[in-house]
Design a protein around this ligand. Sequence first.
Ligand SMILES: [Zn+2]
Length: 310
Amino acid sequence: MNRAFGGLSRFVLPAAVLLSLTLMLAQPAFAQLKVLACEPEWAALVQELAADKVSVFSATAALQDAHHIEARPSLIARARNADLVVCSGSELEAGWLPLLLRQSGNERIQPGKPGYLETSQLVPRLEVPKVLDRSLGDIHAAGNPHIHLDPRNIAIVAQVLGDRLAQLDPVNANDYRTRTAAFLARWRDATRRWEAEAAPLKGLTMVVYHKNMSYLSAWLGLREGGSLEPKPGIPPTTAHLADLVARMQIEPANVIVYVAYNNPQAAEYLSARTKIPAVMLPFTVGGSDRAKDLFGLFDDTLARLLAVLK
Ligand SMILES: [Zn+2]
């Protein structure tokens, strides 16, 4: 009896050791935090603050319009495994994020949980409607969600995001805090440089494609002289473009801007008839060759606008 038991334990012990070794290999001692960002700018910010401590995936690419994507199965799988979801919020992703969160079955990333961060809620929002009138187009009740082209907003989000990463992954908390502080110092210097470089842009009047330049305009003192969309979220129409051509004859803008994911046709049409230059802006990280990271995004955006003045 004893011998039989001894024989069994000799067999069981190595198996248990083997099993725990297998588990250790499958799940490294420092399991990486998994972050799902809704837009490339937030994925890039996570990358700045976390480097190799997390794996980060962006639900949308620079050539996609984040208002309109599908909650496809591969995204739902990402959401199911995510420790943290970082999105602009304020209804920008209203067409797909609620479904994605619901389908994920992941309690940790639901609104109100530490694994859910809505960046637009952290900053003072522009264009909060006094009366919500959906007939005016794709109006966001919580205000304009496209907050990231004001670098001061990026700094506010970085602070909260750095803290959130530290909270969710305490083992690496010091790393996140150190990297966040270093990022904020570099970002403050860069913001000062951008403000100096962009001084000649003050008062520049833009025709925008969509109302997604408002924070850039507010930061640099730019003006908006119209939009190619007749109403937010409604694609340009011939009648509306004809109106704009007439309006530009009376009050010409300095530049027509559209972004990497827009069809350039409407901007080119207006440009051809008004001789106002049309400029493509990267809008987010990956939207142009130079916009490889958040610093490049602002460098390139300002360079493209400054080129209009030359
Ligand atoms: Zn929008």
